[in-house]
Design a protein around this ligand. Structure first.
Ligand SMILES: [Zn+2]
Length: 93
C-alpha cells in the first residue's frame, strides 16, 4: 500500500516537472527566433537556439563577453550596443 502511494507521488512529481519545463521553455525562447546575430533591447539572446535571459546591469558594457547558453550549451559572445542621444531642453524658470 505504501509502495503504491510512493510510486504515484513520483509519477506526479515527474509530470509536474516536465510540465513546468515545457512552460519554462516556451517562456525563454525568443518568439520568431532565426539563428544568427541577435539584436534585442532587453534580453541576451542565444544566436544558436534563441534562448533568452533578461540583461542585467553587468551586461551593460561594450566589452565583449564570452557566454555559454544555459539551454543548448553552445558558446557565443555578447556585448551591449549603447547609443547616445543628445538632449536639449529649456531651463525651468
Ligand atoms: Zn542556445
Amino acid at each position: 500500500m505504501n509502495k503504491d502511494i510512493e510510486f504515484n507521488g513520483d509519477d506526479l512529481v515527474k509530470s509536474v516537472e516536465s510540465f513546468a519545463m515545457s512552460l519554462n521553455k516556451s517562456d525563454n525562447i525568443k518568439p520568431d527566433f532565426e539563428p544568427g546575430n541577435q539584436y534585442d533591447a532587453n534580453n541576451i539572446v542565444c544566436p544558436h537556439c534563441g534562448y533568452q535571459r533578461p540583461a542585467e546591469s553587468e551586461d551593460n558594457s561594450e566589452d565583449v563577453f564570452d557566454d555559454e547558453c544555459e539551454e543548448c550549451g553552445k558558446e557565443f559572445v555578447h556585448w551591449a550596443q549603447i547609443s547616445i542621444s543628445y538632449v536639449s531642453i529649456k531651463p525651468k524658470n
